[in-house]
Design a protein around this ligand. Sequence first.
Ligand code: 3PG
Length: 213
Amino acid sequence: MSLSSREILSKAPVVPVLVIEDVKDAVPLAKALVAGGLPVLEITLRSDAAEESIKRIIAEVPDAITGAGTVINAKQMERMAEIGCAFAVSPGHSAGLLKAAADTGCPLLPGAGTPSEIMNLMDHGYDTLKFFPAEQQGGVSMLKAISGPLPQVKFCPTGGVSLSNLADYLALPNIITVGGSWVAPKDAVKDGDWARVTKLAQEATDRVNALRG
Ligand code: 3PG
């Protein structure tokens, strides 16, 4: 049985947001993150290597919960469901994207940044959303304000989140986890420095576990 997006996010101390330029990096990068305690991966469809990278991680890293990010239309949503993604993430939402998600049954984490966008997604049955771009949309103070009138909706904020501010986000009642690219720096991936990626992932995992007790 497939997990809902809320169940998936609850398994993630942090969701690494990945842009994989070279398909050969996909499996070692995923293994390095999983070894550091981060099994839920968002591979963005921002590179030519994205789809093949996702396929390889699904096939070769069974401990990862592999999702596609930057899924911005129905066609991409359908394709990601077809290749077996555990979930899809979008920076926003559109009628076509939401319909495709419903048709495929692949869990979607749609993006929202304002009360009206959140309410629109609630109308479509969503209670778990990506808050994007987090820092630019008002960050912690905006999410705190939203938790008053809309407490039933939980978020994964991404965009400008890092080790230095994740504690402020995780202290809020409406945050399940956070997403970010800092655990997989471009230069570490380019150099194949998987030990550094694991170290960054472990550092994030340890920080989250300490905060959650
Ligand atoms: C993104 O979609 O690029 C993510 O939100 C990651 O943002 P970050 O690079 O600020 O972590």
